[in-house]
Design a protein around this ligand. Sequence first.
Ligand code: GTP
Ligand code: MG
Length: 321
Amino acid sequence: MEELQAEEAALERTFEKRFRNAVAATRASLSETIDNVFQGRKEIDAELLDQLEEALIAADIGVPTTLSILDTVRRGIDRKQINDIAALKAAIKHELLTILHASTREGVATEASVPEDVTPYVMMIVGVNGVGKTTTIGKLAQRIKAEGNDVLICAADTFRAAATDQLAIWAERTGVPLIQQKSGTDPAAVLFDALKAAKARNSDVLIVDTAGRLHNKSNLMAELEKMKRVATREVAGAPHETLLVIDAVTGQNGLEQARQFLKVAGVTGIVLTKLDGTAKGGIAIAIAKELNLPIRYAGIGEKVDDLVVFDPEQYVKALFE
Ligand SMILES: Nc1nc2c(ncn2[C@@H]2O[C@H](COP(=O)(O)OP(=O)(O)OP(=O)(O)O)[C@@H](O)[C@H]2O)c(=O)[nH]1
Ligand SMILES: [Mg+2]
């Protein structure tokens, strides 16, 4: 028992370390810019606040979110709660955490733990082209299986010929069965098959890959709605989770995509991929603030275990320390 706990603690530390590495570029850009703003100063003046505003916007935290953070900071200064630079830094960190926590559902951790009394627990993965949906499914399948669940995956991206092959490689790598049909099949029909199979096999979790689609293509968005209807008809309450994958590299564009997906796909959470490839990881804050959706996972690389549960504390700590 103790050994297991020690092992888990060690694993936690490795993940935390890898997460820290993944956001190193963002940390360098945000934290160092802020440090430069503060360099050699003792007093908080209007110029310092202006420069701070620029630093936050440059990290892709977004204009509305930045303005709201500065508002809170200014109020703190007026009330004499913030009177030196250390207090100002602490206030920024606190504000970022508040934003991230406010977006978590029911105020609990963002981890998308699979409830035991819902089978199959259906997760749909959606997003624009190339953001990392299929890769995330491979990583998720591995992770959820390791937690002791029977996982089934569904190749409902029948649009791109190679899509199913790509998912089949992940299925094999993670030892998880895959439901597929020939390309060109109606994705809702593949999903229907997979839902039936999941029930017949008593699978705990069904993860559904979908074709990448531009948020402004109404026929493709209608296709998503149809898939959702099929899921609800076959399994009460399904899809239980619809994860929108956003590529951190696309920054503010990702927000606009997300708004469109929210309208039709009933997104319940975000997976923020490619955090390892950008200095603009501040987008996580903008997502939480402007979409009011929890970020459940973060992608920090291309390999199967490069997916971490997004932890607001860990994220803010990794950005500043
Ligand atoms: N560095 C890095 N690369 C990633 C991450 N997630 C995915 N990728 C890479 O991004 C590319 C696209 O990934 P896919 O999983 O095929 O994306 P997709 O959304 O399924 O793409 P479509 O099905 O064409 O819409 C691949 O080269 C992945 O290896 C990540 O967290 N970090
Ligand atoms: Mg794909």
